[in-house]
Design a protein around this ligand. Structure first.
Ligand code: PFF
Length: 453
């Protein structure tokens, strides 16, 4: 089996696919609005620290587990430990993939829907965000609209993953990622050349420390996991197709760099435009679907920018969604002997079905709630706020404490000998973060998510 296992065509292909997984709705939809709600620059500063001291060390560990075992999350833990406990941690990752993809596809569908609405001209005559909000409520309030685009988005995801690691995921990432970066550069240039853009830049760069409290730190840390696709085996699975000749540490650094750069670029593009229009930067989740359409309506050539922006979001969502489906498919192919095609159709199809109540949570099922949360909110909350931090915690503990240090160092040095010779202190720092700092901080995030602190 192992000899026939698929692999990336090149290290560059791996970096683009992994950066594609990391760069998603989290960077372009979520990051700007949580930064906006939590005070801008000061929040971004805390977020960068979380990425550096937790995200980066855990990402190296997660890719390394995959690269060493050349397996999916369940098979990987089984190969390294034979322990039922750790195998079930791998299994939780597959379940998290199932859950996240089911609701991610609903929002991914909206982004395609907004590309189409822009083309139809329905987004170009708003005077204020309230008017744009009315259209948003009408669209997301329509079961046909949400379900239709959920289906379309899902068909695209399955169409890519069914073509395999090299022919589907790598090939599409090599096209989509450069397009994504080019669009973002255009939107950023447009943003910073608007009158009044400097206020948006000041919001992003001049910290207001009074806005930072324990809650903001926990949000920043939780987001660090989501944005780097950590804690559920997506990076582990992508790492499992990586060659042992390649350097895991520099690859992880490049993925973190691209993900962070793109989140900041999206912040610049969005906040310069929002401030130049005199609108509210702390508009919450509606920032993208309500505030921005109002901004574009009042901008010369706004239709083109609107088109580019929602295309950017759709591409970002697609390259992340394929990594979510790949975790589930890899498990069934490696462990249960399914063919790729069968696994994509059957399990992709099941995830699609699980997404239906999430799509309906904005319309006919809006009143079906548990603890005041809709189906969509429950799946999102459980996966993003509990399963991902928990998975991240377990990966840090596993690499820091369970896997023997000699074995970890032998594995990580493959392809990275010079790095560890040139920077001998790196090993100590990496282990310090994995063994102590990450577990303590992630436990705090988890306790906070569960309402205990
Ligand atoms: N990193 C993606 C984003 O920022 O939107 C979300 C994500 C993708 C999370 C894949 C987890 C994952 F496995």
């Amino acid at each position: 089996m192992t000899q026939n296992r698929e692999a990336w065509g090149s290290r560059f292909g791996f970096i683009l696919a992994a950066a594609g997984s990391a760069v998603g709705l989290g960077n372009i939809w979520k990051f700007p609005y949580i930064a906006g709600e939590n005070g801008g620059a000061a929040f971004i500063f805390i977020y960068l620290i979380c990425i550096a001291i937790i995200g980066f060390p855990v990402l190296i560990g997660e890719i390394l587990i995959g690269r060493t075992t050349q397996k999916n999350p369940v098979g990987a833990f089984a190969a390294l430990t034979h322990s039922k406990l750790w195998i079930s941690i791998g299994f939780l990752g597959v379940i998290a993939g199932f859950m996240i993809l089911s609701f991610y596809s609903v929002i991914g569908g909206w982004t395609i829907g907004y590309v189409v609405e822009t083309l139809r001209g329905s987004l170009s005559h708003f005077h204020n965000p309230e008017e744009a909000g009315e259209l948003f409520d009408a669209l997301s309030g329509s079961a046909v609209w949400t379900l239709g685009y959920h289906t379309l988005f899902f068909a695209l995801v399955m169409g890519i993953v069914i073509r395999g690691v090299q022919g589907g995921i790598e090939r599409s990432s090599k096209i989509m990622m450069p397009v994504l970066v080019s669009i973002l550069v255009i939107l950023m240039i447009r943003g910073v050349t608007l009158d009044g853009a400097s206020e948006g830049l000041a919001f992003l760069w001049v910290p207001d420390w009074s806005k930072i409290n324990a809650q903001a730190v926990l949000i920043a840390l939780g987001h660090a996991f989501f944005t780097l696709s950590l804690g559920m085996g997506a990076m582990l699975t992508y790492g499992s197709y990586m060659s042992k000749r390649d350097n895991v540490v520099t690859s992880a650094a490049q993925i973190v760099f691209l993900d962070t750069l793109i989140a900041i670029m999206a912040g610049v593009a969005i906040f310069t435009a929002v401030f130049a229009s005199g609108l509210d930067p702390a508009a919450g989740p509606g920032l993208i679907f309500q505030t921005l359409p109002a901004v574009f309506s009042n901008m010369p050539g706004g239709v083109y920018f609107s088109l580019l922006f929602f295309l950017l979001l759709a591409i970002a969502a697609l390259t992340s969604a394929i990594s979510l489906l790949e975790v589930v498919v890899a498990y069934f192919v490696d462990e249960q002997g399914w063919t790729r095609k069968g696994a994509v159709l059957i399990f992709g199809g099941s995830i699609f079905l699980l997404g239906i109540p999430s799509a309906l949570s904005f319309n006919i099922m809006a009143d079906v709630t548990l603890f005041d949360k809709t189906f969509f909110d429950i799946v999102d909350f459980t996966a993003s706020n509990i399963l991902l931090p928990f998975g991240g915690l377990m990966i840090a503990i596993f690499v820091g404490w369970i896997w023997s240090r000699t074995a970890v160092m032998t594995a990580v040095k493959e392809g990275a000998e010079t790095l560890f010779e040139t920077y001998p202190w790196f090993e100590g720092i990496w282990f310090l973060f994995l063994k102590f700092i990450a577990p303590v901080l992630i436990t705090l995030v988890l306790l906070n998510s569960l309402g205990i602190i």
